[in-house]
Structures are given as structure tokens and as C-alpha cells.
Write a protein that binds this ligand. Structure first.
Ligand SMILES: Cc1cc2nc3c(=O)[nH]c(=O)nc-3n(C[C@H](O)[C@H](O)[C@H](O)COP(=O)(O)OP(=O)(O)OC[C@H]3O[C@@H](n4cnc5c(N)ncnc54)[C@H](O)[C@@H]3O)c2cc1C
Length: 488
């Protein structure tokens, strides 16, 4: 008799681990099945962007990550000379946090285990069968074959997702047409600035800090962009390209990891097929430009976690799961567009260099720089109104608020210390927020026809937030986006 879980997550990368954390926080019986026996030591990703740090802060976890990373107040688009200024963004985290993926995964796995999630390593999923009320998974484990049943399965199993293939979800897009190289090395003569990008007619090189004493070098070398992905990179090859493009080799030595990666770009045709859902790289792959893939995966998981928990635990209609695809697939689509644009800008022809120079000039315009910084930092993601009944209010619902992301802010209390907005969301519940000075005014009833967990809080409107003046309250989703807001 196969064991029955509420949710089985396939893949213990950042997406699967964060999703498992969110589900376990809501009390869902969830297990993670991971093919690898051990965590990966090499780090593909190095960055956590503002919205991902907000996602972690929405659960009170940002401190663990900030302690282990290094903040830089900028980001980049296509390694253009004018960097994106994150310091002006409306967030508590106006920077890129440089933190190796291996560290991020270790912190996420620790959190998952604290919440009681079993992460079953050496478990490769090989077969999947959907039934009316559940999904059966089969695979190979370290102690032989395994078979489990779950009400829902999430494929967070990366670019070559078995779950996606077994669920019959097409993954259309474009093949690799060019490759680039990376090296994690010690630099005897590191650059004077913490992060640099050099682009010229010979190619492009980016050097960023990775860990004490280690830098990552990323190279786009037109003379080597047709080298197949499977060809191993050597230190001499990396040194040769870097020297030819920049005129120096930064005295690189002691490579920890050398790798080649490409611009294969694909998006899952849908993120849900019955009781199977996709998130992270299983749903979207692209050239790793702008440091976004891991970030978008975490944000997918944040969007899906509370919805899946609501269906499994609180009797929400399964239609709520369709809003996951509706909200997150356009974000995946936009990610593919921006990484394709960046890939095109990383060429070294005279025309591309002219375009780079023109765009770099344009990015000196503050509003344009800020718009792109918001985009790469994922602070500009908003959603259409969710089809969930609103609270019973006697004032009109206000247009333009539904789906909006809320930055953290201190909420003044009548007779107590201020509460940070995000602290009121740490438990992963909905937040029914009454705004205004009349503390005797009762909070509205909210009965959407299922049993959402709700925190109810009355607060005065923070003086600094002019945009909130005139609001009587709002209903905030567990992921920190507004569900709806009403007039005072
Ligand atoms: C060179 C490079 C640099 C990058 N830099 C950045 C960056 O700076 N910032 C950023 O945000 N992103 C970056 N990325 C992208 C980022 O690494 C990925 O987007 C991220 O790892 C996706 O996370 P995931 O959890 O969705 O998938 P993965 O990390 O791929 O995890 C999937 C997991 O599923 C497991 N799995 C696979 N098949 C099965 C199966 N059948 N059964 C059980 N388990 C299975 C795998 O072993 C793996 O552990 C970079 C990528 C590359 C290649």
C-alpha cells in the first residue's frame, strides 16, 4: 500500500525547498524527493534580489541570509557600463545580496527541516500517474524502488524536469545557439571595485565577489561561443579569453569550479495539468543574465505555496490553483523576454557595441534606470484581481489596489509599539487590516466560502504613507500582495 501525502514536491533546489517550507508552515503534510544524495557544492546562482529578500522577510527569515551574504547597492542589465541603482528602490532591501546558491539552499533546507519536512535524498522520480483524487509517483531510491501517492505533485525538478515530461506539458522555445564560460577562482590581483563588467569588440567579462577570497569570472567570448556545452572549460582557456578581452588576467588561480552554460530558452505551455504543477526552472529556462532564475523560482514557490495549502487544508476551490498559472506564467514570459534582450546585447559586433553605448547612456536617466532596476529586482510584479469574494464592507472597494505588492512599513498601534507589516504576515496567514484612528470600529467580516487562516489587525495609517490616506482597510494575501482595499 503506497503512503499518501498531501503534497509531494519533486526536487530539493531552491524552488522546491521554499515551496515545502511554505506548505509545512500552513500545516500541509509534504515531503521532498530529491535525486541527489548530497547537496550540490558548486553554486550556479550568486544573487538574491530585493523581492526575494522581501519574500524571506515575509516569513521573518531575512536575517539568516543577510548574515551570510554581501550586499551591493547595484544590479546590472546585460553587463552595460551604467549599472542599475538599487539603492533608490522602495524596499527594505535596496541591493543585490551576493550569496552563493549552495548557502541559500543549505539555509532553505535547514528551515524546511525545522518545520518538519522530510527531504528524501537519493530518490529519483521516474514515473507519474494522475488519478481522479491524487497522483502516484514511482522511482528509484537508495534502498530500492519507491512508490507514493499524493493529492498534488509539484515538479520543482529543474530544467530537464521529469515531472513536466511525465505530465505531458510541452516546453516550447529555442535551442542553444551560443555558450559562455564561468570560473570560480582566487584572484591575486582582484579589481578595485567589488563588481566590474568590461565589454568591447573582443567580448565581455564580468568579475563579482563570491565568498571571502573567491571571485566569479563570467566570460562571453565570441571566439568561443560555438564551443559545445559538453566541452569542459580549462583554467588556461578562461585565462586566455579574459586576457584577450580585458588585457589582464587578474592573476587567477586555484579554480574551484569551471563550467560552460548556454542560451537555451523555454517556457512551459502551462504551469498546471490537473493535480500536477510546475515551478522554477521546471517551468522556465533562459540564459542566466541579470541573476534572475533562482529568484523567480523562489517567487513562483511563494505564489503557489499558500494557494496549494488553501486547497489542501482550508477547503478552497481548486480553481484557486489556476490563478497560480495566470499570475506566474506572464512573469516567466517577461523573464524570457528580458534575458533574450540581454543575450542579444552581449554580442561584440560594432552594431551591438553601438546599441550598448546608446542604452548605457539612456540608463543614466534616473527614471529609466529605476524602472529597469525594479524589473530585475522583481519589485514591479503585480497581479490582476484574484477571484475571491471581498470582505463585507460598507464603503466602496478601491480600484488599482488588487494585486499590488506591498513594501514593508511600520504599522502604528493605538497603545502599543509599532508592528512591521511583514511581521503580521510571518505565520503565512491572510491579513485583514483595518486602517484609521477609530479603534472602536469593528473589522469587516470576511467569509469567502472556505476557511482561510486570517490575522486581524487594526492600525493607524503610517504618516509617511500618503498613498494610504483615505483607505479604510485592506485584505492582504499571505504572499504580501493586496487582495482588495476599501475606502474609509
Ligand atoms: C551559470 C549559471 C549562473 C546562474 N546565476 C544565477 C544568479 O546569479 N541568480 C539567479 O537567480 N539565478 C541564477 N542562475 C539560475 C539558477 O541557478 C536556477 O534558476 C535555479 O537553480 C533554479 O532552481 P530550481 O529549484 O527551480 O531548480 P534546480 O536548482 O535545478 O533544482 C532542481 C532539483 O531537482 C532535482 N531533480 C531533477 N530531476 C529529478 C527527479 N527526476 N527526481 C528527483 N529529483 C530530481 C535536481 O537534482 C535538483 O536538485 C544561474 C544559472 C546558471 C546555469
Amino acid at each position: 500500500m503506497a503512503e499518501v501525502l498531501e503534497v509531494a514536491v519533486v526536487g530539493a533546489g531552491p524552488t522546491g525547498l521554499w515551496l515545502a517550507c511554505e506548505l509545512a508552515l500552513a500545516g500541509v503534510r509534504v515531503e521532498v524527493f530529491e535525486r541527489r544524495a548530497e547537496p550540490v557544492r558548486e553554486s550556479r546562482a550568486l544573487t538574491l534580489h530585493p523581492r526575494s529578500l522581501e519574500v524571506l522577510a515575509l516569513r521573518g527569515l531575512e536575517g539568516r541570509f543577510l548574515e551570510q551574504g554581501r550586499p551591493l547597492p547595484t544590479g546590472h542589465f546585460a553587463m552595460l557600463d551604467t549599472r542599475l541603482d538599487f539603492s533608490v528602490l522602495d524596499t527594505r532591501f535596496p541591493y543585490t545580496l551576493f550569496i552563493p546558491q549552495a548557502v541559500t539552499e543549505a539555509l532553505l533546507e535547514a528551515r524546511a527541516r525545522e518545520l518538519g519536512v522530510a527531504v528524501r535524498r537519493s530518490h529519483t522520480v521516474e514515473a507519474l500517474r494522475q488519478e481522479r483524487d491524487g497522483v502516484e509517483l514511482e522511482g528509484a531510491g537508495d534502498t530500492g524502488a519507491f512508490r507514493i501517492r499524493a493529492r498534488f505533485v509539484v515538479g520543482a525538478d529543474g530544467a530537464r524536469s521529469a515531472v513536466r515530461r511525465l505530465a505531458g506539458i510541452p516546453f516550447p522555445g529555442t535551442d542553444v545557439t551560443r555558450t559562455a564560460m564561468l570560473g570560480d577562482v582566487t584572484l591575486g590581483a582582484p579589481p578595485s571595485q567589488p563588481a566590474i563588467g568590461i565589454s568591447n569588440a573582443r567580448g565581455g567579462v564580468m568579475v563579482v565577489p563570491m565568498a571571502p577570497g573567491i571571485h566569479r569570472i563570467v566570460v562571453n567570448d565570441p571566439l568561443r561561443e560555438q564551443v559545445p556545452l559538453r566541452d569542459p572549460v580549462t583554467l588556461e582557456e578562461l585565462r586566455d579569453s579574459v586576457t584577450r578581452i580585458t588585457g589582464r588576467d587578474f592573476a587567477m588561480r586555484e579554480p574551484r569550479w569551471l563550467s560552460r552554460f548556454g542560451n537555451e530558452t523555454r517556457l512551459a505551455e502551462r504551469y498546471r495539468e490537473g493535480r500536477v504543477l510546475l515551478a522554477g526552472d521546471a517551468a522556465h529556462i533562459h540564459f542566466p543574465a541579470g541573476g534572475q532564475g533562482l529568484n523567480v523560482g523562489l517567487q513562483d514557490a511563494m505564489n503557489l505555496g499558500w494557494k496549494l495549502a488553501a486547497v489542501v487544508k482550508n477547503g478552497a476551490p481548486e480553481a484557486l490553483l489556476d490563478s497560480y498559472s495566470r499570475e506566474r506564467r506572464p512573469v516567466g514570459e517577461a523573464l524570457l523576454t528580458n534575458t533574450r534582450a540581454q543575450t542579444a546585447l552581449m554580442g561584440a559586433t560594432e552594431e551591438t557595441l553601438a546599441l550598448r553605448s546608446l542604452l548605457s547612456d539612456l540608463l543614466r536617466e534616473p527614471w529609466l534606470n529605476r524602472q529597469l532596476a525594479n524589473n530585475i529586482g522583481a519589485l514591479d510584479v503585480g497581479y490582476a484581481p484574484l477571484e475571491v469574494p471581498a470582505p463585507e464592507v460598507d464603503t466602496p472597494l478601491l480600484p488599482g489596489w488588487s494585486g499590488r505588492r506591498l513594501a514593508d512599513m511600520p504599522l502604528p498601534q493605538e497603545d502599543r509599539a509599532e508592528v512591521p507589516l511583514y511581521a503580521a504576515l510571518h505565520a503565512g496567514q491572510w491579513l485583514l487590516l483595518g486602517l484609521g484612528t477609530d479603534s472602536s470600529r469593528p473589522l469587516p467580516r470576511w467569509e469567502p466560502g472556505w476557511r482561510p487562516p486570517v490575522t486581524r489587525l487594526r492600525t493607524r495609517i503610517p504618516a509617511a504613507r500618503e498613498d494610504l490616506q483615505g483607505l479604510g482597510g485592506m485584505l492582504v494575501r499571505p504572499d504580501g500582495h493586496v487582495a482588495c482595499a476599501w475606502a474609509a
